[in-house]
Design a protein around this ligand. Sequence first.
Ligand SMILES: [Zn+2]
Length: 271
Amino acid sequence: MRRSCLTLLGLLCVETAWAGAPISGRDQQMVFPREPIQAVAARAYHQELASMAKRGELDLNPETLHRIRKICSQLIAQAIRIKPAAAAWPWEIHITSDPEVAAYSMGGGKLMISTHFIESYQLNDEELAVALAHEIGHIIAEHVREQVSMAALMNTSVPLHARKVADVINAMQSDISVYLRLQPLSRLQEMEADDIGIELAARAGISPAAVISFYSKLAKTDSGQSMFDTHGSITQRVKFVDSMANYAWPVYEASRKAKPLPHYTFADASP
Ligand SMILES: [Zn+2]
């Protein structure tokens, strides 16, 4: 890590740090510390939960919620082994019946998946694990922090030390040029989340065959609403995950012989 500048009172401390993405080791430039990014994500996530609850679309099916938590608790245990700092993050997972939602994640361990998505693709537990492992991949690679960092570096009219997380996120949401310039990074991050997710799933004892079956289901029935809006061609994506899944077979075989890790326990309810 190298410190490039510090802010004056009242502004966020902005540092330039280089991180290595899990599994791939890809260099990531981070100009914001982890904490403010995670704080903004947690606030947005809890606002979203409140809004879903108000609309009667949050955690309506306790059995499904229990099923999802159980799957996630295995995957998060493996994620923490890869990224030990993630043990201190307050991981949360909820389900929604909002048909506009598929699955998404936010920085610091926040996850959401819709019952509509699970039902429309008729996902079994292993396929669900693949979907959730992809989202957990985004989280442990700190993709949001990297996106916000890249967006901050694009705005040269404001000195780096004076840029605040909230302003940068606002620009990402309202400025089409920022959005477009982030697309190459977004696509790279999606492939990386696939890669990390496949590895995580294999380590958690999920067969790589489930990877092929999950992505093939998406490819067959993809009609606009998917996890892959920023991912380019689904056909290319299936080819990519197919080759990644081949590398995961030895990891999966080893996981079947290894002693299972203790499951992660969610703070708000046990799985
Ligand atoms: Zn993704």
